[in-house]
Design a protein around this ligand. Structure first.
Ligand code: NAD
Length: 374
């Protein structure tokens, strides 16, 4: 069963194909995009070890040759050093303006390869083949590409839409449980930001999803991608609505910065904790009921996910420092922090009107709870 979601951006429309076995059939999907039968693939060492030869076979079945650069796995690969390495390698491989670059990996590879494609010869086309749940439901769709700066995450990048997204559901089977759940943080986010019925569906189907049920996984990815596509088509470059996708991200980026963008806290884990904190903040401001943050946390907990600051190992800075780190977020406008808050589950909105003192209170209380629990 394969389903397709269209992203009908004028002049840059593309399809997101979701289903089993797509790596083995990659050649069939990619061939119509090619001027010559050759692609350059960027991937990471984990994905390469498990799946690269299958991709080679899937392409070669349609007579397409593949060259591949395998980069280290992990967030630190989204760096100037690896961007330079990738672009140099693509030039060495004589990738031309009319060729296609393939991003075969999670969000790290998708963001880096997309950015490399955006700047190579002033822009070559690329295909996203997202291999993590997070990349399938979020990062591979919408054209945000980039790398991290020492000053903060994703601060260097470009909008560059892929020409196609191939989300092979089977490939999620080799993800570590922790990475799968981190991706699930982004799935929950869609329900929380704009679709209460989807959140309820996740409450009912989360266990099957996590256990590997194929139809449930396809539906969760399809629904998430459709929501993202709708938002991206309304607001490609984030002048308005697209910022809703950042629910939980202002907290998340501060926590990621505080934990060094590494294994202590994965991006999707930070999103889940950030969503819980955003609902807590919304409740404190009287925007939503006190039951909403409890319900969000209950679902995350039932999935075995990180939910509170107490779930982050090691030291964390104090509330004022975390607030300061939030100030580095890209969504700061005229020095004013912008938050995605909610009037209830599925009813998020963007606002610049949040008293710093209330944010500080939420963080102080969350840190106090953490101290009590340790
Ligand atoms: P990731 O790319 O680091 O992948 C997570 C881990 O899973 C890595 O170790 C990777 O090697 C491994 N992996 C991936 N697919 C696998 C598979 N099928 N089997 C086994 N292991 C596999 O991280 P991620 O969570 O996919 O993505 C996080 C990144 O995405 C962050 O950098 C974040 O900023 C970015 N992001 C971008 C957007 C966007 O719109 N561009 C949106 C959300 C997140």
């Amino acid at each position: 069963m394969t389903v397709t979601v269209s992203v009908p951006l004028p002049g840059r429309a593309y399809d997101v194909v979701i289903g089993p076995g797509l790596v083995d059939r990659a050649g069939t999907y990619v061939a119509p995009l090619l001027r010559r039968p050759r692609v350059a693939v960027l991937t990471d060492e984990n994905v390469a070890a498990l799946h690269l030869e299958r991709l080679r076979a899937g392409l070669s079945a349609e007579g397409i040759d593949m060259v591949a650069l395998t980069l280290p796995a992990g967030e630190s690969t989204k760096s100037w050093a690896h961007l330079t390495q990738s672009v140099d390698w693509l030039l060495d491989q004589k990738v031309e303006r009319s060729d296609v670059v393939v991003a075969f990996g999670g969000g790290v590879i998708g963001d880096l390869a997309g950015f490399a494609a955006a700047i190579l010869r002033r822009g070559v086309r690329f295909v996203q083949m997202p291999t993590s749940l997070l990349a399938q439901v979020d990062s591979s769709v919408g054209g945000k590409t980039g790398i991290n700066a020492t000053q903060g995450k994703n601060l260097i990048g470009a909008f560059h839409q892929p020409s196609m997204v191939l989300a092979d559901i089977d490939i999620l089977g080799t993800l570590h449980a922790r990475d799968f759940l981190a991706g699930y943080g982004e799935v929950v986010k869609y329900g929380l930001l704009g679709d209460a019925a989807f959140f309820e569906w996740l409450e009912r189907n989360g266990a099957a999803l996590s256990a590997g049920d194929q139809a449930t996984r396809i539906e969760a990815v399809r629904h998430s991608v459709q929501m993202k596509a709708d938002i991206v088509v309304r607001d490609e470059t984030e002048q308005g609505d697209r910022a809703l996708l950042n629910l939980g991200h202002t907290f998340c980026h501060a926590l990621e910065a505080a934990t060094g963008y590494g294994n202590r806290l994965l991006h999707g884990e930070g999103v889940a904790i950030g969503c819980a904190l955003a609902f807590e903040l919304s409740a404190r401001l009287g925007l939503c009921s006190q039951e909403d943050p409890s319900r969000v946390r209950a679902h995350l907990r039932s999935m075995g996910m990180k939910t509170d600051l107490a779930d982050i190992a090691g030291d964390l800075p104090d509330a004022a420092t975390l607030l300061e780190l939030m100030g580095q977020d890209k969504k700061v406008v005229d020095g004013q922090l912008r938050f995605v808050l909610a009037r209830g589950i599925g009813q998020a909105f963007v606002t610049g009107d949040v008293p710093a003192s209330t944010v500080l209170d939420v963080l102080t209380d969350a840190l106090a709870l953490r101290a009590q629990m340790s």
